[in-house]
Write a protein that binds this ligand. Structure first.
Ligand code: GLU
Length: 487
């Protein structure tokens, strides 16, 4: 039997870390085993579901590259089937109509606290045959409940191994409400059977639903799927992951400049242990390495630092060409300057991205670091200015003037610039650093940057000379921090 798995989110919120991780595990296994990955939107909670959330979930999955083979199915489309199947169970004596009011129920439970788990179906059974149906038909509030059979329900969970529940401890769950709407457990069972799902992979917060669902499959005569319950994700404080921990919707990570490859890599390691030292995975290597055997039972811990680190790792492995478009999108008001530059020099942006990405942790970082290369206005870092210009302004002025004159006539290649600048330093009787540090501040406003000769290459002669000129004007001026060169 070929593997058929599904991801079944409720569109009551964005696609969050936990949901995305469940989707990824399903997708990985389907791809590894040549199975089918089904997407089902569980939209039966009309009030809390929205099309906007459905769209956001589909976008999140697409961004991660988790393509589905079937669907999206919408649970609400199966409403009639859900109802039909529940009524079949009623007809077969596997379900019953229950008119017990909440007050009656509270009274019965108070009288017998030991029976708290099991549903007191005796109330319903006490009614003469036919009466419940009549009163329900007249509109009296009622529920159709599943009659949990005696015995025990067990399954071999693909993560947890043998799991066992005593049936008398399972409540006779509601299948249909007064208005005939199906409940979650009925709808899921009916849909999983309809979609011929062979394995359900989901969060282990659903473990207590599983015996109910197995019993329902059996009562309906379905083939029962296998189950794999994956561990919950906790924040660093050991509490269940939530917004408080800075865990955001997958779309937010996209906006923050996290790469989908890094996000998948991070999500995979939440609960799955590759069993090797290797921590960097692409989607392809994940497909190869993934197995349910190595999914752990204990909860996983969400570590934002690790995501940042993984993102840096993936950034450095991603070709600049694949990042340039994302960087351009993040340049804001500098976008047109960048486009003008690219027009004259196709490949210029790729060169810049190549230069910046080894120091960047996100695409956002790259865009930030690209600013000094594009903006007319340079923001000078106050410490850099103090240290490399103002401590010895006379020397800085001398070095910068020599650089301005020298760079004006040097051949504009990395090697020639390096040879030329080193020769200039030698001629002035100082180490190259004495020239390079003030030059770096002049060009980028910062004390740190990628290699200065690469910076010169990407910046171009014209901008470089203009920046040195602007620097010479202000080397000795006393101005506050965060000063710019446009005053
Ligand atoms: N819609 C359910 C949820 O989002 C799906 C549960 C399941 O996978 O069976 O929790």
């Amino acid at each position: 039997m070929t593997l058929r798995v599904r991801f079944a989110p409720s569109p009551t919120g964005y696609l969050h870390v936990g949901g995305a991780r469940t989707a990824l595990f399903n997708w990985l296994l389907a791809r590894k085993e040549g199975g089918t990955f089904i997407l089902r939107i569980e939209d039966t909670d009309r009030e809390r579901s929205s099309e906007e959330m459905t769209r956001a979930i589909l976008e999140g999955l697409s961004w991660l590259g988790l393509d589905w083979d079937e669907g999206p199915h919408f649970q609400s489309e199966g409403l009639e089937r859900h109802r039909r199947e529940a009524l079949r169970l009623l007809k077969e004596g596997k379900a019953y109509l229950d008119l017990t009011t909440p007050e009656e129920l509270a009274r019965v439970r108070e009288a017998d606290p030991a029976a708290a788990l099991r549903y007191p179906r005796e109330q319903a059974e006490a009614l003469p045959p036919g009466e419940a149906a009549e009163r329900a038909a007249e509109g009296e509030p009622h529920a159709l409940r599943f009659l949990i059979p005696d015995g025990e329900t067990t399954w071999v969970d693909r993560v947890h191994g043998d799991v066992r529940f005593r049936n008398p401890e399972i409540e006779d769950l509601v299948l249909l409400r007064t208005d005939g709407t199906p409940t979650y457990n009925l709808a899921v069972v009916s849909d999983d059977a309809e979609h011929r799902v062979t394995l359900v992979i989901r969060g282990d917060d659903h473990i207590s639903n599983t015996p109910k669902q197995i019993l329902l499959h059996e009562a309906l005569g379905n083939l029962t799927p296998d189950f794999a319950h994956v561990p919950m994700i906790m924040g660093p404080d050991g509490k269940r992951l939530s917004k408080r921990h800075g865990a955001a919707a997958v779309g937010d990570y996209h906006h923050q400049g996290i790469l989908p490859e890094a996000m998948n890599n991070f999500l995979a390691l939440l609960g799955w242990n590759p069993g090797t030292e290797e921590e960097i995975f692409t989607r392809e290597t994940l497909v190869e390495a993934f197995s349910l055997d190595r999914v752990q039972k204990k909860s996983a811990v969400f570590d934002p630092k690790k995501l940042e680190w993984l993102n840096g790792q993936h950034l450095s492995r991603t070709p600049a060409g694949a990042l340039a478009g994302e960087v351009l999108d993040r340049l804001g008001e500098l976008r047109s300057a960048a486009e003008a530059r690219i027009q004259g020099e196709p490949g210029w942006l790729e060169g810049l991205v190549e230069l910046l990405k080894p120091r960047a942790r996100s695409v956002d970082d790259i865009a930030d670091q690209a600013r000094p290369f594009l903006s007319e206005t340079l923001i000078y870092d106050a410490d850099a200015v103090t240290k490399h210009w103002r401590k010895d302004p006379e020397a800085a002025r001398g070095h910068l003037s020599a650089l301005r004159d020298g760079l004006a006539s040097m051949e504009w290649t990395e090697e020639a610039l390096e040879t030329g600048v080193r020769a200039l330093a030698e001629g002035r009787g100082v180490g190259a650093g004495k020239l390079i540090h003030p030059l770096r501040v002049a060009l980028t406003g910062q004390a740190v940057s990628p290699g200065i000769f690469e910076v010169l290459m990407v910046m171009g002669r014209e901008t470089a000379l203009a920046r040195i000129e602007a620097a010479l004007d202000r080397v000795e001026e006393e101005e506050g921090p965060g000063e710019t060169n446009d005053s």
